[in-house]
Design a protein around this ligand. Sequence first.
Ligand SMILES: [Fe+2]
Length: 486
Amino acid sequence: MSLDWDVRMQTLLLNFVLATFLFLSAIQDGNAGITSSFIRSEWPSVDIPLDNEVFAVSNGHNAPQQVHITQGDYDGKAVIISWVTPDEPGPSKVQYGKSDNKYQFSAEGTVTNYTFYQYKSGYIHHCLIEGLEYNTKYYYRIGSGDSSREFWFVTPPIVGRDVPYKFGIIGDLGQTYNSLSTLDHYMKSGAQTVLFVGDLSYADRYQYNDVGIRWDSWGRFLERSAAYQPWIWSAGNHEIEYMPHMGEVVPFKSYLHRYTTPYLASKSSSPLWYSIRRASAHIIVLSSYSPFVKYTPQYQWLKEELKRVDRDKTPWLIVLMHVPLYSSNEGHYMEGESMRAVFESSFIHYKVDAVFAGHVHAYERSYRFSNTDYNITSGNRYPIPDKAAPVYITVGDGGNQEGLASRFFEPQPEYSAFREASYGHSTLEIMNRTHAIYHWNRNDDGKKVPTDSFVLHNQYWGKNRRRRKLKKNFVSNVVGRLATDL
Ligand SMILES: [Fe+2]
């Protein structure tokens, strides 16, 4: 009897241990993806009328409008300030300084314009201001006389290993009431820089002269944020504007005239792909709609740029592109597959932390999965869990006039951690070299609702890498010293 009791106790204990192990494994793997059942009531997916106050033109003759800034160099000590003057070129000068109304410095910019069908753009100014101090608030003034306008921005902290910084991530924004809601919510997030994943104005949904007019209205719409903090640009399909029926066949014409990037600072040969370093992050911007296969300029540049990434200085490696490499939405399904085949193994090799994309008008986050074993003759047929892989996040949910991509494939694939067809934006708050806090915030009928969040562990510095590295250095130093002594 006593023996039976012992056996029963042992069996119970064993079952308990097994159940606990399975439960903990399930938590650790987190392999039960969530398809949110939330259905939001949304504003109609129509653009805000041009006479709405969000598109208001500044007072005064030839007053600067559509003011926006972006990082101007590799490390954040320069800013490019851009604006449009509607009637005549006017000055391209920016006056700036560290206190309001005291502009002891000035820089001279350039002016350009373009035509699109019969539309003639205003005068588009770009002015690079360099040699700024880190972590400093600068005020700046553009325009002349009574029509001049004043804004400010704050430079980032010096690039470094444990520098906290908060990025926002927005995609596929457009100019509807949903877009306005996204922008309003983002501006309350406290984030310091926007990583924009393509599809800006959706002006290409219009015809003839209205294309240019809607680029102008979008510039005025965005100014409330983009004049005060940098937006890091990447291009989407709506920037291509290949419209032969209107005689417009030069891709990215409006985008490239209006939105500049500091591509030369990262040795890129095109404004469509480049990188910057900001605080503790190295941000790589890729172009889904430029050649990227082996031997192309974009491929060659990325290969070299990945070698230049210094995780001791910038522990966080983030990639932006327009078309997602992993998406289980029916909208734009598999459109990123060719780029995945070319770049995925590099992202794993170089320990990319996160890849942000847009294009699909919904939200989706992946677990760490890869599909690099697959090839056209053998290998794993499906994506497999891979701790070395980045997290893939789609935030094509800014709120443009095309509406939501509301149909996901069922069942939810194993790589998909969370997915929901709602409008919103994300934030990535870097705490130190090992941890960052990520949030996706849904626009819930005018309120910002934190919906999906997780702690992103750094791929390079995670798992006690620093301790191991120090130990390795210590051992090699000791061995080196011993060798010298001998
Ligand atoms: Fe797109």
